[in-house]
Design a protein around this ligand. Structure first.
Ligand SMILES: [Zn+2]
Length: 217
């Protein structure tokens, strides 16, 4: 799905865990879908006349297995530099177990261990994408802002064009999450690109997010 001239939700990851392509001056992948979708992602890129080695960076929003499922595969295929937050990297490497039933999920949905992952630095912008720490869904969750497009990872989801919260059992810490949603609502953007549910364009996207935060306990 085309979001705008430079942003695409990858159809190969359509079923409940969108990964995105930013095709500006540099080509960037945001998240990598769940295990088994890697070849489809490469095929889709090629259909857009993008060679795997054109991908310069892979930016991970958080450690969940449906976001890092093809990270090792895509790292190898593209040779891109991989980035994730310092707090979430140990979960991606398998040095820390994912908490609660996410641990069970990652036993069934196994993601291969990637090679080197770079840790996001403070106030970092990578190829025009501003990295904004938004912990709560996971300890090191980040949102990525590219012009008027906010990639929210699993900060929130959409359902039938409306914003909604993730299931609370999926969130690591809901009061931390609420603060993060309030913080991100202070930024300026029109598009909210979710992993779960279709991306939405809203006239007052930050305001809609702050409404979600107010609804939370
Ligand atoms: Zn997810």
């Amino acid at each position: 799905m085309k979001v705008n001239d430079e942003v695409f939700a990858l159809e190969a990851t359509k079923n409940w865990n969108y990964a995105y392509l930013v095709s500006g001056k540099d080509k960037i992948l945001i998240d990598t879908g769940r295990p088994g979708q890697g070849k489809g992602i490469i095929k889709e890129l090629k259909s857009m006349k993008i060679n795997p080695e054109d991908i310069k960076h892979i930016l991970i929003t958080h450690h969940d297995v449906d976001h890092v499922g093809n990270l090792a595969f895509l790292q190898e295929e593209t040779g891109a530099t991989v980035w994730a937050s310092q707090e979430d990297i140990p979960y991606i490497y398998g040095d820390k177990h994912r908490p609660g039933h996410k641990r069970i999920i990652s036993m069934f949905m196994r993601a291969k261990k990637p090679e080197k992952i770079m840790a996001y630095e403070e106030n970092q912008t990578i190829s025009g994408l501003e990295v904004i720490p938004t912990p709560g869904h996971t300890p090191g969750h980040v949102c990525l802002l590219y012009n008027d497009v906010l990639f929210v990872g699993d900060l929130v989801r959409t359902s039938k064009g409306k914003l909604d919260t993730m299931k609370s059992s999926m969130n690591w810490n809901e009061s931390v999450l609420k603060n993060s949603i309030e913080k991100i609502a202070g930024y300026d953007f029109k598009w909210i690109c979710t992993a779960h549910g279709e991306p939405v364009r809203l006239d007052n996207a930050p305001g809609e997010l702050s409404k979600i935060a107010k609804r939370m306990k």
